[in-house]
Design a protein around this ligand. Sequence first.
Ligand code: GLN
Length: 244
Amino acid sequence: MKMKILWMYHDLMDLYGDKGNIQVLKRRCEMRGIECQVDTCSLHEEKDCTDYDLIFIGGGADKEQGILVKDLLARKENLKQAMDQKSFVLLICGGYQMFGQYYIDGDGNRIEGLKFFDYYTQSADHKKRCIGNIVAECELEGRKIRLVGFENHGGQTHGVKTPFAKVLKGHGNTFQNGYEGFYNGQVLGTYMHGPLLPKNPEIADFIIEKALARQYGKVELVSLNDEIECKAKEIMIQRCLGGK
Ligand code: GLN
């Protein structure tokens, strides 16, 4: 079995350890004897998104989002084809914002989104930012999973019809609405850096299964020993929720 990942804008969009997501996906595949190819794709590079099981974009500062927008929009049709052909898409923070309608950055500039989804993002007034550790709970195919991560974004994302998770501590899509990210079964957008997947191995495996499904249908992954990861996560949950 082989999984192919396309890591888009690896040189522009990579904050607070986002690249750890790629490392964990690769490692968790290889520990199971699944070959994992990671290709990168940045400005002006020719890559066919439909070749990939998983497409990943990390987070970035407003400046980087402004730099890549033209290149990203030019790939819209190709990305749509990839999604139509069941590539799974994982987007962190700035990457997540770019799949919506638009992002009004901290200086009031409008950065167009790919407009795949209805949500849109507007920077908070007075350049206020949602910063800190976050604990949330999602339900994926009937299974409730608690998540830990770290967020740092000025953007307030509104109009998300299908959020990824409910916030237990921290902010998520906006300062106040209590929900985090977007998930529609095939595209998962989240504000969680941290990075997300090393801190939440269940989500890493969920994504591997989803990505492999494009080529192989339903795959049962062999379990790995996640004792240390789970302990670390539990400690963070306790620390953030204060025993709540
Ligand atoms: N620049 C965006 C914001 O501030 C995204 C930040 C990020 O990816 N962490 O909202």
